[in-house]
Design a protein around this ligand. Structure first.
Ligand code: ZN
Ligand code: ZN
Length: 352
């Protein structure tokens, strides 16, 4: 331990979210300290706090953030080999994979056998400062980090490491081309970014979400919206080529399978809380209509980088002020997490 002042990090302590004064040991070689300038609260943080997903004691919360390098090795680089120097602004990934195991070497780095996820580990175990709802996050070697220009607003890139990269991953499996008809169910952050990316790729997108506020936000992208669930495929088997299920509602997965056209592809990216729900599927639906169903969870380093590039390329077209609420101080993090389910913005944010 050193005589540095403690770092304030948001933790889940029993059922309560509180700020923890973390006495951080010296930075081990290879690790990079990033001072968080803006962090966002993801729905997964809410699930963790509500006990819907397992969490270790003193779980360090938060996995969407942007910040500035506070300390790094002299030869540290970002994902593309650019030097990482103190003061550099960086977009952060939430996942760290080993790059060597059988899954990492077979295109499944997002399911690495020793996968580490920020915002899901204990603040009492290395690297300790592993949550991003914090003043500082300690980034492990191999975690995708990208230097971003100084003029990019924090709010534009704050969700790069979860919602944006997950949207890239969801669309990567579906091979959507210009003019393809695509349905997105759920207009939370992942659904919003899927719709936005599909629109910029020239697809014909319809987003289904019961929330008028979310529909209005998506409509700003020039995308069609519907309040109701998608119509079942026609008697002739016609329907959208791709359905991206981003709501996480089990009924929406069944609905997607019943709506996608013959030969179509359902990408399920919303259901991340294991065991809480179940659905009944008629396998003949998949078989006789030649439907593919692909689950997508997490993303690769390349998908993270493509997400950051897409954000920078489309920064002027995105309604960032409507996506992210004005930040609250870190001391108000517990109230902000509690306010997520009724928030009018897709992301509530915290500025440490
Ligand atoms: Zn998330
Ligand atoms: Zn691995």
């Amino acid at each position: 331990m050193t005589d540095r002042p403690p770092v304030r990090v948001a933790v889940l302590d029993g059922p309560d979210v509180r700020l923890h004064q973390l006495e951080l040991p010296d930075r081990p070689p290879g690790q990079t300290d990033v001072a968080v300038t803006l962090a966002a609260i993801c729905g997964s943080d809410v699930h963790t706090v509500q006990g819907d997903r397992p969490a270790p004691p003193l779980a360090a919360l938060g996995h969407e953030a942007v910040g500035r390098v506070a300390a790094a090795d002299p030869d540290a680089t970002d994902l593309r080999g650019a030097p990482l120097r103190p003061g550099d602004r960086v977009a952060l990934s939430m996942i760290n994979s080993c790059g060597r195991c059988d899954r990492c070497t077979h295109g499944l780095s997002m399911k690495c056998r020793s996968l580490f996820k920020y915002g899901h580990a204990s603040a009492s175990e290395p690297p300790y400062a592993s949550g991003m709802l914090a003043e500082l996050v300690r980034v492990l070697p191999g975690t995708p980090v990208l230097v971003i220009p100084d003029d990019v607003p924090d709010a534009l890139v704050v969700s790069a490491g979860c919602a944006v990269a997950t949207a890239v991953a969801a669309l990567s499996v579906a091979a959507v081309g210009p003019g393809d008809e695509v349905v997105v169910t759920g207009a939370g952050a992942v659904g919003f970014y899927c719709a936005a990316m599909l629109a910029t790729a020239g697809a014909t997108v319809t987003v289904h979400d019961p929330s008028p506020q979310r529909r209005e936000l998506v409509a700003q992208l020039g995308v069609r919206t519907e309040a109701c669930a998608p119509e079942p495929r026609s008697r002739a088997g016609d329907g959208p080529a791709v359905v991206v299920e981003a709501s996480g509602h089990p009924d929406a997965v069944t609905g997607a399978l019943g709506c996608v056209g013959v030969g179509g592809h359902v990408v399920a990216a919303g259901s991340v809380s294991p065991g809480s729900t179940s659905i009944t599927i008629d396998p003949a639906l998949l078989v006789t209509s030649r439907i593919r169903l692909t689950g997508v969870h997490n993303y690769t380093a390349d998908e993270f980088a493509r997400g950051v590039d897409w954000l920078l390329e489309h920064r002027d077209a995105l309604p960032v002020d409507r996506l992210t609420a004005p930040p609250v101080p870190l001391a108000a993090v517990a109230g902000a997490i509690a306010a997520v389910p009724t928030a009018s913005h897709l992301r509530l944010t915290v500025r440490p």
